[in-house]
Design a binder for this molecule. Sequence first.
Ligand SMILES: [Zn+2]
Length: 259
Amino acid sequence: MRLTLPLLLLFLSAAAHAASERQAAPAGAPAKAPPQFTRFTPDELSRGFMALAFGSDLRTVARKPMIRRFDRAIRVHVINKGTVDRTAQIKKIVAEYATQMPALGLTLTDEAAADVTLHLMNEKNFAGALIEAFGAKIARTFIARTEPQCMTSVQSDGEGKIIRSFSFIIVDRGEATFLDCAYHEMLHALGLTNHDQRNRFTTLNQDRLVGYLSAYDLALLRLLYDNRMRPGMDRKTVRTLLPRLIESLPAEVRAKPGG
Ligand SMILES: [Zn+2]
């Protein structure tokens, strides 16, 4: 019983400062898309960032946890092999990321020059594509473990700089699945490589179907691509750095002090 009181206080205190100002999902989001919160406490932002920017479900090489991100303008290429052509839709989503996050320097390019390659495909070709990209052993282990519908592989050097990202996005399972995958996999491709099933704000919670670029995920991307956040930084360094970066986020995403 001794533990009950402090735990309860902690919970109440967190609730009093919880994210606020819920808004309906933006135009173009799937019909059943959840509303989004628009303001977050420093704790909500830093916890989400620490959970999502370090580690990954698909770790093929053991490495110490570090920040992985691009350190150059990012060129994107789209390859469509699906029977439903969603090329224009995915390009529009890339353009939305580019507009919302000029620091990414996102532009479209050809296959050879691509930093991020987005493969659009039918569900029945998904497992085969993973085997082709990663070999049968890794692909089968990953499929057995997570039953993925879409997937991203991020290749980085030993210093945390992303060399190339590949995303596999299914296009023939309906609009909502496609949109959820597209926004979700873009975040992975840019360096938010992990999931957090306890986070109720992010698209990178696999229990949520979102399908748009939420204020929360955009804020995490801003933190990742802040000039002061460098590839290769470890958890301790990032934890120390985050409060200053969060203070630099646009006022409209930060919770009002005391509320
Ligand atoms: Zn994912």
